[in-house]
Design a protein around this ligand. Structure first.
Ligand code: FAD
Length: 351
């Protein structure tokens, strides 16, 4: 067969797992179905500073920064929560060039890259890392359990005057059921508007609602995409061939935000290390990150299952309990378990 590891998919999870496997002395081939990686772009590119710092061993992310963010304005029904870290705590990155650099870095470190090559069930190695995105063909063809919940998103790049260093998030189980709406500025004049709703809710209604709310009249036809909101029950099998699912293919996404680059990347790093040992891969990523994925899932379920009036009351309580300053001080936005100790301390203060 010639290779130790066949990585399917040249998104960030595929490239990071390839680089990690190469650094663990595996011989790697990466197949990407498009003629280049990073296109079409299906991501807002908002990534935490901490997360990107972690991934800087794979990519020089600073080359891809479009905008610097220091906070968020979160609208919950009629309530408004403002989080201001007072320094950059997240970036908007150009996902196309970010993905491309990651794939080139895999090549520089020794991977063979194949473009315009869609893989379905013919592999070039005994160890397969399937990083083929939210609708993973490899996972379906090889009989992995399905992902139980997806958000369907619509987003468009628009002209709007707004602060360039704050992302805006619109939470309402009535108007944006299942996830939320967002505005991510690229500068003072332009940014991306998007909505995510849990299937089978219709995102078009949610999108029109948000455009009306933001008083945006002229906008291009929005593009659609899917975000997995649940993990697959199984993400690795061993046998005649070892198969490891990573990133969106495994559902390794923060379901409270829909962000998948950092957590997918962290899991991809582990997949590269244990490319020939599926059991260790599954044990390791679950041991390290399962609690965080579950906390994100609880937040997403809470937002999607409760009416706006309950969400508003929760926002008021959250503010009273000092939640805003706690989150403003938290540098680790991807892993809520790292914020938990401060939350518990705060709870004691209010006893
Ligand atoms: C609207 C939207 C906004 C988002 N915003 C953010 C955000 O702001 N921050 C964030 O962190 N995350 C965000 N995400 C999520 C993020 O885009 C994904 O979690 C991330 O791209 C997952 O990376 P991946 O490598 O696992 O999969 P993908 O990026 O989907 O890459 C999969 C790759 O595999 C290739 N492929 C698929 N099938 C095959 C096949 N059979 N053979 C060969 N190649 C194949 C595809 O062409 C693709 O290049 C957003 C998602 C959406 C939809």
């Amino acid at each position: 067969m010639g290779f130790d590891v066949h990585v399917v998919g040249g998104g960030p999870s595929g490239s990071i797992s390839a680089i990690s496997a190469l650094r663990n002395n595996f011989n790697v081939v990466v197949s990407e179905e498009h003629e280049r990686s990073g296109f079409p772009v299906r991501c807002s590119g908002l990534i935490s500073k901490n997360g990107l710092d972690y991934l800087s061993k794979y990519v020089d992310y600073k080359k891809h920064i479009i905008n610097f963010l220091r906070g968020a304005i979160v609208y919950v029904g009629k309530e408004q929560l403002i989080f201001d870290a007072k320094e950059t705590n997240a970036y908007v990155v150009d996902r196309a060039s970010f993905d491309q650099e990651l794939m080139w870095n895999a090549e520089i470190e020794g991977a063979k890259l194949e473009f315009s090559k869609r893989i379905t069930n013919k592999f070039q190695a005994r160890n397969i890392i399937a990083a083929d995105g939210p609708l993973s063909t490899i996972a379906s063809n090889l009989g992995f359990p399905s992902i139980k919940k997806y958000a369907v998103t619509l987003q468009a790049f628009v002209k709007r005057n707004a602060r360039k260093d704050f992302v805006e998030v619109f939470i309402s189980s009535k108007n944006y059921p299942g996830l939320f709406g967002w505005y991510i500025p690229h500068n003072e004049e332009y940014g991306e508007v998007g909505v995510g709703t849990l299937l089978p809710n219709n995102p078009s209604l949610a999108f029109r609602h948000l455009m009306k709310r933001l008083k945006i009249v002229n906008y291009p036809t929005p593009t659609g995409a899917l975000i997995p909101l649940r993990l697959r029950k199984k993400t690795a099998v061993n046998g005649k061939r070892n198969v490891l699912l990573v990133g969106d293919a495994a559902g390794q996404v923060k379901s409270s935000t829909g962000g998948g680059v950092v957590m997918g990347g962290r899991c991809a790093e582990i997949a590269g290390r244990f490319a020939d040992n599926p059991e260790m891969y599954e044990r390791e990523w679950k041991g390290k990150y399962m609690a965080d994925f579950l906390m994100h899932k609880s937040i997403q379920s809470f937002i999607s299952l409760n009416p706006d009036v309950v969400l508003e009351k929760t926002a008021i309580l959250f503010r009273k309990l000092g939640g805003i300053s706690l989150l403003e001080g938290a540098r680790e936005m991807d892993m809520p378990t790292r914020i938990l100790p401060s939350l518990l301390t705060a709870k004691r203060m209010f006893k």
